[in-house]
Ligand binder design. Sequence first.
Ligand SMILES: NC(=O)c1ccc[n+]([C@@H]2O[C@H](COP(=O)([O-])OP(=O)(O)OC[C@H]3O[C@@H](n4cnc5c(N)ncnc54)[C@H](O)[C@@H]3O)[C@@H](O)[C@H]2O)c1
Length: 257
Amino acid sequence: MARVAGKKVVITGGAQGLGACFGRMLADEGAKVALTDINFDGAKATAAAINEAHPGAAIAIKHDVTSKDDWVEALGEAAEAMGGISVLINNAGIGTAGSIETETWEGWRRTQEIDVDSIFIGTQLAMPYLKDDQPGSIINISSVAGLIADGMMLSYNAAKAAVWMMSKSIALHCARSGYDIRCNSVHPVFTRTPIIDPLVELGGGGEEGERRLVRQIPLQRLGEPEDVGYCILYLASDESRFVTASEFKIDGGITAQ
Ligand SMILES: NC(=O)c1ccc[n+]([C@@H]2O[C@H](COP(=O)([O-])OP(=O)(O)OC[C@H]3O[C@@H](n4cnc5c(N)ncnc54)[C@H](O)[C@@H]3O)[C@@H](O)[C@H]2O)c1
């Protein structure tokens, strides 16, 4: 039996990187996936590639997660296409660099808007669908940056810490309301997607830039999207049916130091 057969999954930021990988891995295990992204062409290309292997498993939806109107449309379209929504993966996000002395108000606000506010808006709007399609699972992509700080990641640290604690509040509300809807956060370390390109450049670019990141990780390598994807498969499936309000560190050991 496929691990997530019958699951109807909305993945924000599904055009590339982690979101695209989650879409492929979930479809391989029997789920239907709606890949939403502000980059509609990218989402369409990823959905087309998934459909080549699993005809009809994926759709692409144009969606800016900072827009409430877009959320209403995207969730409606996804539910219509998949016959409901049982899993929401709040994955879309941006990384930003800046210290308390260099970060701008605009940079701070943009990071909170995309990485945090979107999860409030989207999860609230998704609740009626998830309640109609229990058991449900909400998976919020935070970061190790939500658990440990860096002097140059002011806005990102604050945003991802908010995602961590919001996830617990959502989980407790659902549990105490008697809903079979779980909510957990996932905290990757540097993982090989386009989001880490500026960090690699900051460290001198190329192999040297990567080495500077790897040096901080006890397992001595960058994460691969699939490393995070296996955690997502578990959390989307009923294998994790007793797991809620938890944080999953996919971090090569970095937060233990
Ligand atoms: N890759 C890592 O090292 C790493 C580590 C920790 C956490 N994360 C988190 O994982 C998530 C996915 O990141 P990734 O590594 O795949 O990065 P990525 O940049 O490859 O992908 C992010 C996706 O989000 C989309 N997006 C950005 N703004 C959007 C908006 N307003 N509306 C809709 N879509 C939007 C982008 O178009 C892109 O497809 C992010 O939340 C990120 O913070 C990544």
